[in-house]
Design a protein around this ligand. Structure first.
Ligand SMILES: [Zn+2]
Ligand SMILES: [Zn+2]
Length: 201
């Protein structure tokens, strides 16, 4: 059995108490000092990158932007999916088409999410994906409008993923272990949600 060390203080961590963030392992103390959770979507955020409101609650940059949407990224990163979107938008505009497809919104810094975004490409149904650390209670944190679909997928595929209903609309938080160990299934789940035009409830 391998021994896990905290990437910050280098102490050994008892199995079951390892905290994951940004692809590194942390002990509980160091994790708490360096990271916090977004008050809105529960995503792990580095305290130095978090936005704090007047009440001292932390927000991830995505939620903060949504709430105070007057900011644009200074230096947006363009990948294959972004490129396809730009081409399709231009083409549709030239053809006078209205129908819009879009790309997944992801937290760029989270482990494996940019690979999912690139692999999925253009989607009919926009969703926002972000990373969660592993927890006892849940591994997926899913907005209520998607939760039935997600539960059905888990059931049909015989997976033992734990799901909790999250806030907002079209948002999915995915634990580190699912991203790490069930990448193919996760990809299929995201595809099944985002690439089929679902009937609005
Ligand atoms: Zn530590
Ligand atoms: Zn957030």
């Amino acid at each position: 059995m391998s021994i896990i060390y905290c990437s910050c203080c280098n102490e050994k961590i008892v199995e079951g108490e390892v905290r994951w963030a940004e692809e590194e392992t942390y002990c509980d103390d160091c994790f708490g000092e360096i990271f916090t959770h977004c008050d809105h979507c529960d995503e792990v955020v580095r305290r130095s990158n978090a936005y704090f409101d007047d009440l001292g609650n932390a927000h991830c940059s995505n939620c903060w932007d949504e709430e105070n949407d007057d900011e644009c990224p200074d230096n947006p990163y363009v990948d294959e999916a972004d490129r396809k979107l730009i081409i399709e938008l231009s083409r549709n505009w030239l053809l006078g088409k209205q129908k819009k497809r879009c790309i997944l919104k992801i937290n760029q810094k989270d482990y494996l999410l940019s690979r999912i975004k690139e692999r999925i490409g253009l989607v009919d149904q926009p969703i926002y994906l972000f990373g969660l650390q592993d927890r006892e209670e849940y591994q997926l944190y899913v907005s209520s409008n998607l939760i039935d679909h997600v539960k059905e997928f888990i059931l049909l595929n015989g997976l033992d993923w734990k799901v909790t209903e999250g806030i907002g609309c079209n948002r999915i938080g995915v634990s580190y272990s699912i991203r790490q160990n069930n990448f193919a299934e996760l990809l299929r789940l995201i595809k099944s949600i985002s690439c089929v035009q679902r009937v609005a409830a």
